[in-house]
Design a protein around this ligand. Structure first.
Ligand SMILES: [Zn+2]
Length: 324
């Protein structure tokens, strides 16, 4: 890794410190994003790059540092003082918010990376890490679909099923950092199906995009279906099997979410992820099953779509970093 000069904290010749900014970083298996936020949560500068996941953790960290240097060097960030770094990352973050506790094959070697210390050493500001879906929920709580909520459940349904929970207005990390893994709730509809985590019967095994695609592909007439987009196209054309696969996945996730709602009694459930774009069948079934299985008192729990898009992770990461 190259040696970097610590960033100056004031503009050249300035006698007083410049305005305070925070750096948000979103590390995913395919891309990494960084943004500089001012004190009112406005993004002053942003940049995105591919994540060199296959090259290992050191390469991913080097990529993050390059991206951070690039975004902090933008004219809009000139003369500012970096006061905090917030990261939302794929994988499970240890409860102290300093290191990666576990990760999937999407980021080989990521587990064990002392990411907060590495960022602090180079960038000279305190860093705090959250899981990416935990950061996503923190963002939606700060300025999105869960604004003002005390209790919230977030689910991100796409290639996998990610989740996060908030209690008393704060995202819960859990005693090992893994709180909110909604995708790994066992449901009856997933009986006999193996989850990517290795266990059997978890909702992710039937409700993720790849899982629904694989289930549809078992039918000879659909053996050529390659991805969720093809499933969605078939469903839109009136294909009963494709609609059924989407309804089954959405219904299974609704059942899992009913269990979470019955446990936490949240104000709101926030939905996001690519499966929601596959037509109405998934979300309709999710809502119906959640309502059917929620306790009578909890049936009115609001279920809403996320409001912030991809910026939710960045905003949530910095809002959490500012909160300490
Ligand atoms: Zn699982």
């Amino acid at each position: 890794m190259t040696t970097r000069t610590p960033r100056t904290t004031t503009s050249p010749g300035a006698t007083t410190p410049g305005p305070a900014v925070r750096l948000g970083i979103d590390i995913g298996g395919t891309k990494t994003a960084a943004a500089v936020f001012d004190e009112r949560d406005t993004i002053l500068a942003r940049a995105t790059a591919a994540t060199p996941a296959a090259a290992g953790a050191a390469a991913v960290v080097a990529g993050v540092l390059d991206l951070a240097a690039r975004v902090l060097a933008e004219p809009a960030a000139a003369g500012t003082v970096l006061t905090a770094i917030g990261v939302g990352t794929a994988g499970v973050v240890a409860p102290d918010g300093r290191t990666i506790a576990a990760a999937t094959e999407a980021l080989p070697g990521w587990a064990g990376t002392p990411l907060a210390a590495l960022l602090e050493d180079t960038l000279g500001a305190p860093a705090s890490l959250l899981g990416d879906v935990q950061a996503f929920l923190a963002g939606e709580l700060t300025a999105g679909a869960a604004l003002g909520a005390r209790g919230a459940v977030a689910v991100m349904a796409g290639t996998g099923i990610g989740g996060a929970i908030a209690v008393e207005g704060a995202v819960v990390r859990g005693s090992r950092g893994a709180a909110g893994h909604v995708g790994h709730v066992p449901v009856a509809a997933a009986e006999g199906h193996r989850c990517p985590c290795g266990a059997w019967g978890h909702v992710e095994a039937v409700a993720s995009g790849p899982a629904m695609t694989a289930l549809l592909r078992r039918e000879p007439a659909h053996a050529g279906v390659r991805d969720l987009r093809a499933v969605a196209a078939a469903a839109a054309d009136g294909d009963a099997s494709a609609r059924s696969a989407l309804r089954r996945g959405g219904g299974a996730l609704g059942a899992a979410l009913a269990g979470v709602v019955n446990t936490l009694d949240p104000d709101v459930v926030v939905l996001s992820g690519g499966v929601l774009d596959a037509g109405p069948w998934y979300e309709d079934a999710l809502r119906a099953e959640l309502a059917a299985r929620a306790l009578p008192l909890l049936r009115g729990t609001r279920v809403v779509r996320a409001a912030l898009g991809a910026d939710a992770v960045l905003l949530g990461a910095v809002s959490r970093a500012a909160a300490g």
